[in-house]
Design a protein around this ligand. Structure first.
Ligand code: FCB
Length: 464
């Protein structure tokens, strides 16, 4: 017995701007990430997603790679500005054609397509209309989703609305390190609220679709959040409070709103005079919209953090404290597998029963060059033992959560491919498959073969 139930979904994930390249091809409009990455000083060495993994043109080969790994599912995202170049209005058929072909190829390969509608790349034209600060953004998003469902809804039965609202808000609106590059305690909570309203508006629109557009009536919809346990560095009240604030701002902010119909009280302290209470005429109706029932919750997990009170780290006033003896990834994230188990158990305890999918989990480590001919079947070999160990320990943590009764239905490794890691550019490598960005050559890493063996064995984790 592997500890993973029959029917458990084994997948890998990517997102549009990180892998596709050709951002303006076939009538697409620019996204805010396109504009942000092309703004001097915003990203590592000025790198952009102009080429990325060239997945927009190499998708056939990439589907073959997924088949080689034995994936049961592929989580990707749809680029809004390919579908609606100006964000609203005219639908761009050729942009949808790309996803249409991809979906058909996946289905033919026996791989379930699991699209996310929004993984951070807002049409630039909508930023010109205040982006997520505009209350109309909720309807823009639902209209875009409907355009996608009209084309793909009959064949795709598992939709996610947003990827990681916390990152969108924290990096994009509070600290300005991601598109659209705003840094404002006034803007951040307003963007968060509109993102949650957008999610709810799209869920409602999905429920109202004709059955034929909901994968023969059985289609499901959920949202993806990133959750990171926030421990306190000491037992001192100031550090405990800092950890609580960090947890409120990242974890409970979104899940409390989605599942409990309220925002955590710490947010008023964090945002001070900028906290809107929240700006709504009818709070009950707003939270009914945000809390519109969903079919599953996607959870992205990478790390935990241990926090101390830090008055300089505004507005949350919590800073992570390095842990002696702990292992850290190339992004400085602590490797802490038991926190994945904790997250899964905490969600059930605090928010009740809901099917969970781990929609991202993985690690960036520096990789060596592939060795020609040294891999399976005469392929090149790339040895990445630390990433293998990361997957091994985190899969064991998922198995633990399952044994404790948590309803986990699937796991998606981040990422299928080395890709454009946002403001960090191409330097940070998360792939099961290495990409040589000069030649676009792909090499399955040892971690990719390891994952293939896990999948082939129904979740049995091979001995090292
Ligand atoms: C997550 C993002 C994903 C990727 C990983 C490393 O926050 O959803 O796009 O950047 O982190």
């Amino acid at each position: 017995m592997s500890g993973f139930p029959a029917g458990f979904l084994w997948g890998a994930a990517t997102s549009a701007y990180q892998v596709e390249g050709s951002p303006l091809a076939d009538g697409a409009g620019p996204s805010n990430w396109h504009v942000f990455a092309h703004t001097p000083g915003r990203t590592h060495e000025g790198q952009t997603g102009d080429e990325a993994c060239d997945h927009y043109r190499r998708w056939r080969g990439d589907v073959d790679l997924m088949r080689t790994l034995g994936l049961g599912a592929y989580r990707f995202s749809i680029s809004w500005s390919r579908v609606l170049p100006a964000g609203t209005g005219q639908v761009n058929g050729p942009g949808l054609d790309f996803y249409d072909r991809l979906v058909d190829a996946l289905l033919e390969a026996g791989i379930e397509p699991c699209p996310t509608l929004y993984h951070w790349d807002l049409p630039h034209a909508l930023d010109g209309r205040s982006g997520w600060l505009n209350p109309d953004s909720a309807q823009w998003f639902a209209d875009y989703a409907q355009a996608v469902w009209r084309r793909l809804g009959d064949r795709v039965g598992r939709w996610a609305t947003l990827n990681e609202p916390w990152v969108i808000v924290d990096a994009g609106y509070l600290h300005g390190t991601h598109a659209p590059g705003r840094a404002s305690t006034h803007d951040a909570p307003r963007a968060a609220h509109n993102l949650l309203r957008a999610h709810g508006t799209a869920v409602r629109a999905y429920r109202a679709l004709p059955a034929a557009q909901r994968a023969q009536g059985t289609g499901t919809i959920g949202i993806v959040v990133n959750i990171e346990p926030k421990d306190a560095a000491t037992g001192r009240e100031a550090d405990l409070a800092a950890a609580r604030r960090a947890d409120a701002s990242m974890n409970r902010y979104y899940l409390d709103a989605l599942r409990l119909g309220r925002y955590p009280q710490e947010l008023a302290e964090i945002f001070g005079a900028d906290w809107p209470g929240y700006a709504a005429d009818d709070p009950a109706a707003e939270f009914a919209l945000i809390g519109e029932p969903i079919d599953f919750l996607g959870v992205n997990y990478y790390t935990r953090s241990v926090n101390r009170h830090d008055p300089e780290a505004k507005p949350v006033c919590a800073s992570p404290v390095p842990q002696p003896g702990a292992e850290y990834t190339d992004l400085g994230w602590e490797v802490h597998p038991d926190s994945l188990r904790r997250v899964l158990c905490w969600i059930r305890e605090r928010y009740g029963e809901i099917p969970l999918y781990i929609t991202e989990n993985g690690a960036a480590f520096p990789d060596p060059e592939p060795v020609p001919g040294a891999g399976p079947g005469g392929r090149a070999r790339l040895a990445d033992p630390r990433r293998v160990a990361y997957f091994r320990s985190h899969l064991a943590a998922v198995r633990e959560a399952l044994a404790q009764g948590v309803d986990v239905r699937g796991y998606f490794a981040w990422s299928l491919l080395d890709n454009y890691e946002w403001a960090c550019g191409y330097a940070k490598r998360f792939g099961l498959v290495a990409v040589d960005f000069a030649t676009q050559e792909r090499t399955v890493k040892d971690s990719g073969w390891f994952y293939r063996d896990v999948i082939a064995g129904g979740g049995e984790i091979p001995e090292s």
